[in-house]
Design a protein around this ligand. Structure first.
Ligand code: IPM
Ligand code: MN
Length: 353
């Protein structure tokens, strides 16, 4: 069997972390009857540099003709502090999500015992933390009307339709059914009309999933509970911007944002990427943490129903962590390079046969 993977390395540390995930996929290929064909495509600042466009049409065509997309990271500091920049790398990311209809961004918060001591939270609070955030990805304030009314006033509108809320809610309820059967809708229904529509809609959908306990939490309180009592959560369902913010917050529980993978799914093709950014200061130094991307490759294999191989990657990562194979963000005294970790995981996949 042959699977085509669109590879969007992007900016900063994107190319080097993606390279490690590809090493791991190649190891998987060696132990299975699947072959991967990788097709590189441009996105982000590197696409702007080469074509003037953060998401060239060619990239969309390549993605549409692939079985899955593996993405590194997008962003470059030369655009961050220029409020007048009309073209920005992030537009590429937003456009690919919208164009390919990737409406659900799934971000699992996984803890590893071995990393608990570097978490900023107390160890006793991290025990049993295992939750997943279903972040809506193609609606809300990110995609509503926006603009300048005049020199002194700007606006960003948040819109949601019942249809947009329903399709991700179903996925979140289905996930909850396979997990601890507890779903928390995070919103700001005491203030926002869109949040009230989310509550109304999710309450109706919940009737079809009577085995799932549904509760509601305002986002400000959720931000607090993620720190105070993270093991309360099983599945969090939330809109686009709240999901962006609380997943960065939740990522630190695990010890390093560099560890966390994500999957963005829609009706057809899915995209897999680490949740961290392009971290340009680390680019080319062989210090970036590749685990988030390697674990994203495991989710990519799940999407091909290659569950056994995906779990091999997860197992190899866990073993490597236990043996101290970590990057400098995790252990400043004893650390390995990005490349060495990629090689190590690929090698252990082969020996785990
Ligand atoms: C993310 C990122 C993006 C987002 C940015 C780069 C546009 O922070 O994937 O979480 O806000 O969605
Ligand atoms: Mn983010």
């Amino acid at each position: 069997m042959i699977k085509k993977i669109a590879v969007l390395k992007g900016d900063g540390i994107g190319p080097e972390v993606v390279e490690q995930a590809i090493k791991v996929l190649e190891a998987v290929s060696e132990i299975s009857n699947i072959r991967f064909v990788y097709i590189d495509a441009l996105i982000g600042a590197s696409a702007i540099d080469k074509t003037g466009n953060p998401l060239p049409d060619e990239t969309i065509d390549i993605c549409n003709n692939s079985d899955a997309i593996l993405l590194g990271a997008v962003g470059h500091p030369k655009y961050d502090n220029d409020p007048n920049a009309k073209i920005r790398p992030e537009q590429g990311l937003l456009k690919i999500r919208k164009t390919l209809g990737l409406f659900a961004n799934i971000r699992p918060i996984i803890t590893y015992d071995i990393l608990n001591s570097i978490s900023p939270l107390k160890e006793e609070n991290i025990k049993n933390v295992d939750f997943v955030v279903y972040r809506e990805l193609t609606g809300g304030i990110y995609f509503g009307d926006k603009g300048r009314k005049n020199e002194n006033e700007a606006y960003d509108c948040a819109n949601y339709s019942v249809e947009e809320i329903t399709r991700i809610s179903k996925l979140a309820f289905e996930a909850a059914q396979k997990r601890a059967k507890h779903l928390t809708l995070v919103d700001k229904a005491n203030v926002l009309e869109t949040s009230r529509l989310w509550r109304e809609t999710v309450k109706k959908i919940a009737k079809k999933y009577p085995d799932v306990t549904l509760d509601f939490m305002f986002v400000d309180n959720a931000a607090m509970q993620i720190i105070l009592n993270p093991s309360f959560f099983d599945v969090i369902l939330t809109e686009n911007m709240f999901g962006d913010i609380i997943t960065d917050e939740a990522s630190v529980i695990t010890g390093s944002i560099g560890m966390l993978p994500s999957a963005s799914v829609g009706n057809k093709i899915s995209l897999f990427e680490p949740i961290h950014g392009s971290y340009p200061q680390a680019s080319g130094k062989n210090i970036a943490n590749p685990y988030g991307t390697i674990l994203s490759a495991a989710y990519l294999l799940d999407s091909f129903d290659m569950f056994e191989e995906a779990n091999k990657i997860r197992k190899a990562v866990e073993q490597a962590l236990n043996e101290g194979y970590v990057t400098i963000d995790i252990n400043k005294k004893k650390y390995y390079g990005t490349n060495e970790i990629g090689d190590y995981i690929a090698k252990s996949i082969l020996s785990l046969q």
